[in-house]
Design a protein around this ligand. Structure first.
Ligand code: DLL
Length: 432
């Protein structure tokens, strides 16, 4: 069977909720006693751990945001003495200091088991040769996935990033059967495989892609080009890293491991969203020792799917992420997520896999949204009229989904930047 920790993965919901409340009380008590930031926040709310006796959810507890990690840079949110921290990771934002996270040996252990759960869930076994083509530095996707691969016993191939042709040679020579990287790099790898004409030499079966939003269109494209099943993987450094939520073989929502995290989806007013209703994912860590976080606002937008999953896992599923609340473009009052644009574009056969959205506002004018899209060779018939027709078609299809007009600029294949990590699909030139 495809379970790594069957008891925890299939636990009865009432037992799971009891376990969560026990762990929540313990986490909050430790944070109150050991982290001055939380001590003060709880004091401001008039709360002591004694008030938690009858607690049923996280709502009375203090909230945490990314800025709080920066304000406590680098180690002031740690809840254990420095000599118990065996590793740190960091993620760099666009401004200011990076945010730093720490792990005890038990944290690394719990995280490895969580990633092992994910990999076994999508069908990996000890027989697999697993290439991890992401950056092995401060980014949690490198060591985090690597430890999970070793934990479940497959052969880890820590290829890191860089030299795409060599990555593909390794894939062929080592008989790689499973691949982890960002979806944008996967598309670039797939494109290079096609150019090299070696798709038939690959032994790939499984692709795990995450660290940024991607669409079902991109999934279909990757599955076809690489002859794999492609799974969505979600995580964030603040909650260990990759492995927090992962698709099972149903490919219909991501199981979030509720024995490790208490899950809330909140609307912009901070009120809980009903299942099916979009909102911000807010997480409380239930097992993290070195750096527990309470009601952490992830900034990521999704919704809860409540129906039971045929795979037998009892944890709640999250719908694939639409994007970050702050990546959502509000153009002339309409909300647009880059993943929606991607979904439309990938359904048009003449259009390639790369696009870039540029939003601008001329003085006193309305916002302008223009989208550069790469055109596949098949679209170049030699007739300018054909290109003009294609441009109109793309504009029309985007308008029907986004409800606003955008200007489409067709560009040649290869002219938009390729990336080995997270891609930048939006350029916002508005001065707001
Ligand atoms: O990106 C951890 C990770 C590594 C996840 C490898 C999956 C695979 P950070 O660098 O801290 O950690 O970035 C976390 O990336 O808050 C989301 O905005 C975004 N993100 C991660 N996974 C997904 C996903 C890693 N599957 C931030 N879909 C998160 C959409 C994702 N967004």
């Amino acid at each position: 069977m495809n379970f790594w920790q069957p008891k925890l993965e299939t636990m009865k919901r009432s037992d799971l909720q009891d376990l969560q409340m026990r762990r929540l009380k313990d986490t909050v008590k430790r944070a109150y006693e050991r982290v001055p930031f939380y001590h003060q926040k709880m004091k401001d709310l008039g709360l002591t751990p004694g008030d938690l006796a009858g607690i049923k959810d996280a709502r009375p507890l203090p909230e945490t945001r990314k800025g709080d990690l920066r304000d406590n840079y680098p180690f002031d949110l740690f809840a254990v003495p420095r000599d118990e921290v065996v590793r740190v990771h960091a993620s760099s934002g666009t401004t200011g200091k990076p945010t730093v996270v720490g792990y005890t040996a038990r944290d690394i252990d719990a995280w490895s088991d969580m990633v092992a759960r994910d990999l076994v869930m999508v069908g990996c076994s000890r027989e697999d040769v697993f290439q991890n083509a992401v950056n092995y530095g401060f980014f949690t996707g490198g060591l985090g996935i690597h430890y999970g691969i070793e934990r479940m016993g497959a052969m880890a191939v820590p290829s890191g990033t860089g030299d795409t042709k060599r990555q593909i040679e390794i894939m062929i020579d080592f008989g790689v059967t499973a691949l982890h990287c960002t979806p944008s790099y996967a598309l670039y790898l797939a494109e290079t495989v096609t150019e090299m004409g070696v798709a038939g030499d690959l032994s790939l079966k499984i692709g795990c892609f995450g660290a940024e939003p991607w669409s079902d269109g991109a999934r279909m494209e990757l599955e076809e080009m690489l002859n794999i099943k492609a799974y969505d993987s979600y995580g964030l450094s603040e909650m260990f890293g990759p492995g927090v939520a992962f698709e099972c073989q149903e490919q219909d929502g991501l199981h979030i491991w509720e024995d490790h995290f208490l899950v809330e989806i909140l609307d912009p007013e901070g009120e809980p969203c009903a299942p099916g209703e979009r909102g911000e994912l807010v997480l409380t860590s239930l097992t993290k020792e070195a750096m527990p976080l309470i009601r952490y606002h992830t900034g990521d937008v999704t919704y809860m799917m409540e129906d039971d999953c045929p795979c037998g896992r009892s944890s709640v599923r999250l719908h694939r992420f639409l994007g970050r609340a702050d990546d959502m473009l509000v153009v002339r009052g309409i909300n647009v997520f880059p993943s929606q644009i991607e979904d439309v574009l990938l359904k048009i056969p003449e259009i390639g896999d790369y696009f870039q959205v540029v939003v601008d506002r001329k003085r006193h004018a309305l916002d302008d949204i223009s989208i550069k899209v790469e055109v596949r060779d098949i679209a170049f018939t030699g007739e300018l009229a054909d290109l003009a027709r294609l441009q109109k078609k793309v504009e029309g299809e985007l308008k029907s989904v986004m409800k606003i007009r955008s200007k489409v600029e067709l560009v040649e294949k290869g002219s938009l930047p390729r990336t080995q990590g997270k891609s930048k699909k939006i350029v916002d030139l508005r001065e707001i």
